[in-house]
Design a protein around this ligand. Sequence first.
Ligand SMILES: [Ca+2]
Length: 166
Amino acid sequence: MVEKQSKLEEKARSWMIERGVTIDDIADLVLFLQKKYHPTLDIAICRDNVDHVLRKREVQNAILTGIQLDVMAEQGELVQPLQNIIFEDEGLYGVDEILALSIVNVYGSIGFTNYGYIDKVKPGILAKLNEHDGKNVHTFLDDIVGAIAAAAASRLAHSYHEDIVQ
Ligand SMILES: [Ca+2]
């Protein structure tokens, strides 16, 4: 990558890897969302769009905030009742989804539709993040990853529309 990464971006990227999510995992989700519209779509273009999303400061902020809360819940360090709510991934909590929306909105309203869809189907890495094994907590990360994929897919859709892929 030619562009210099900020400290914030570096940290966001490395934390995602540490939590078991690679750029390729997210690129696979983008391909899943877009292949019905673009059957010949190359995974490299998906990856490039994920990279662009990860360069946005609001995305980096959401990643760091969400992962921090997941990790603290995993280590039992949050204050009750928040500790149990996030550890158990309680359905009525909803703040994880709200945080992820700050990512979805970066590239307009197509992202919102993609986000809802991918959150329902939970393909690939999203299924893994939703295993709830009683040890690893990904209450925030699953929504963040889905949102990054949704934003990347809508960026890709816009660029196809304008005929300027890459
Ligand atoms: Ca969640």
